[in-house]
Design a protein around this ligand. Structure first.
Ligand SMILES: *[C@@H]1O[C@H](CO)[C@@H](O)[C@H](O)[C@H]1NC(C)=O
Ligand SMILES: *[C@@H]1O[C@H](CO)[C@@H](O)[C@H](O)[C@H]1NC(C)=O
Ligand SMILES: *[C@@H]1O[C@H](CO)[C@@H](O)[C@H](O)[C@H]1NC(C)=O
Ligand SMILES: *[C@@H]1O[C@H](CO)[C@@H](O)[C@H](O)[C@H]1NC(C)=O
Length: 491
């Protein structure tokens, strides 16, 4: 009798366990993805920065800090990989960004993730079909080009135009409202109006902390000790963003969504030292193939993490979010062909070894060639490329300025995008052991020619899968003076 009771009890417990596991598995999480713009390695408190980020420090301490996490060196490439899970060589966006006046966009055949976008798009808008709400998003509040003024929401090139939209409509009523406040408020509104029984996927690509260097004065006050003016203003911009993240997470708590939220925070590329950002002690900065260009600040916060409060040193890349978040949302990444990202949820949540053993940083066929091919019959090393294989990193072609810059040396070069200066040299192959030498001080390409050759063979194999780069010439019809003073589709 007692034995039967025990058996019944065990069976019941087992069934209950099964049911509760089922309902946990079936319950789709809410996802908040915060993407900061041009936010450098040395610009977050927990990396020992001179800038204070109490919210990011706390959230990441409660979650998992990703310390071997990579993004792309510039804006459009990172965003395209995040939203599609594909390398640039597979979308045709391997060169530069999508400029404001190029008839170009994220190719329509690639599906995207996420449902609400608040903030920066920067994946093309020359035709209506390329606008976010026609590319898989239910709503978009934000802007389309690469950078603009934070208070006027105008982008000025040849002429100035307003670049702020509420879905397809132009919003001309926000002059004077700082964009970090504006986007935070919209994110809060979306959260307040969300039916908490349905999964929310909010993508929040802040304008912060890209140039121009603009912020309400109150945020700069705590930083009077920073003597470098660009750095001081930038620090204030970071503080405003940190406060915005605090406000958004508070709204999620208030509306009882936070418990079931998976929050990801990521930068889109390295800090721009020509506009207040900093990546010390990493080498180089935004736009380059050095670690300062794309080793990214990133962390995850979620109740479902098994290893909370940990630092994660597994290799993770921005293209991995697509399959990872898709599968958390109940989708099936294996049903989508041609993904370059991996589902890294076990790596993040349980510290399991990363399924990613290689990382193609990029192959840019249109970048100015540098020097002559170092080896015959393999990948042409005059081409700009970078690739990781385990601990090894190879760089070929022209990697961009490789200086090590401290915070006091950052520059304010004005609000416009500044191209990197490049070392004028015929050297076009570098090899680093990144685990041992993350600051890229010891080039080992002469010492390990066989590793170099092996990696060039891999690069050649990747290159064979590349689609042609799409990079059309400027189109004068983009000018807002032809479109009622507004940036928007012109074809
Ligand atoms: C955060 O919320 C506080 C209180 O409502 C508000 O004063 C502040 O401007 C908000 N900050 C941002 C960045 O939205
Ligand atoms: C994945 O594909 C299989 C086979 O076509 C299909 O049965 C399944 O429903 C798909 N899964 C999802 C989540 O779309
Ligand atoms: C990549 O492949 C293309 C097309 O076959 C070829 O023209 C190009 O030279 C290759 N690039 C490199 C760097 O080897
Ligand atoms: C690299 O950048 C630094 C900082 O702006 C500058 O001083 C240096 O001249 C640059 N090097 C080259 C080769 O352009």
């Amino acid at each position: 009798m007692a034995r039967e009771l025990v058996t019944t009890f065990l069976l019941t417990a087992f069934v209950i366990l099964l049911i509760s596991r089922e309902s946990i598995a079936a319950k789709k999480p809410h996802i908040l993805f915060v993407l900061a713009d041009d936010y450098g390695w040395n610009d977050v408190g927990y990396h020992g920065s001179d800038i204070k980020t109490p919210t990011l420090d706390r959230l990441s301490a409660e979650g998992v800090r990703l310390e071997n996490y990579y993004v792309q060196p510039i804006c459009t490439p990172s965003r395209s990989q995040l939203l599609t899970g594909r390398y640039q060589i597979h979308t045709g966006l391997q060169h530069s960004i999508i400029w404001y006046n190029q008839a170009n966009g994220l190719p329509l055949q690639f599906p995207t993730i996420a449902t609400h976008i608040v903030g920066k798009w920067h994946l093309g808008f020359y035709k209506k079909e390329y606008m976010p709400t026609n590319r898989g998003f239910d709503t978009h509040y934000g802007y389309l080009t690469g950078a603009e003024y934070y208070f006027t929401h105008k982008r000025c090139y040849e002429t100035c135009g307003i670049d702020l939209r509420d879905n397809l409509d132009v919003d001309k009523n926000q002059n004077g409202v700082y964009s970090t406040h504006l986007f935070t408020k919209r994110a809060e509104d979306i959260i307040a109006n969300h039916d908490k029984n349905k999964p929310l996927f909010l993508y929040l690509p802040y304008q912060a902390v890209h140039s121009p260097l603009e912020v309400p004065e109150e945020y700069v006050k705590p930083y009077q000790r920073i003597k470098n003016k660009a750095r001081r203003t930038y620090a204030g911009m970071v503080s405003a963003m940190d406060e915005g993240v605090a406000n958004v997470t508070k709204a999620l708590k208030q509306h009882r969504l936070w418990e079931d939220t998976i929050m990801v925070f990521s930068t889109d590329n390295g800090g721009q030292i020509l506009s207040g950002g900093n990546n010390w002690p990493l080498r180089g900065w935004k736009g380059s193939l050095w670690e300062g260009g794309f080793r990214g600040v990133g962390f995850v916060h979620s109740n479902s993490l098994e290893t909370k409060g940990k630092i994660n040193r597994e290799l993770i890349h921005i293209s991995d979010w697509f399959p990872t978040l898709l599968s958390l949302a109940g989708g099936s990444p294996s049903n989508i062909t041609g993904l370059d990202g991996y589902n890294v949820w076990d790596t993040i949540s349980k510290n399991a070894p990363s399924p990613r053993t290689e990382l193609l940083h990029n192959i840019d066929p249109l970048f100015t060639k540098s020097g002559t091919p170092a080896y015959s019959g393999t990948f042409d090393t005059s081409t700009r490329a970078a690739f990781r294989m385990g601990k090894w990193k190879i760089i070929t072609g022209n990697p961009g300025n490789g200086s090590w810059i401290k915070p006091a040396q950052v520059i304010d070069s004005g609000e416009h995008h500044v191209e990197n200066t490049f070392e004028d040299t015929n050297k076009n192959v570098w090899l680093f052991d990144i685990l041992d030498d993350p600051t890229e001080r010891n080039d080992l390409s002469q010492k390990y020619p066989n590793i170099v050759k092996k990696m060039l063979t891999r690069l050649q194999a990747y290159n064979a899968t590349a689609v042609p780069a799409i990079y059309p010439p400027p189109d004068p019809r983009a000018d807002p003076s032809h479109n009622g003073g507004v940036w928007g589709p012109w074809e």
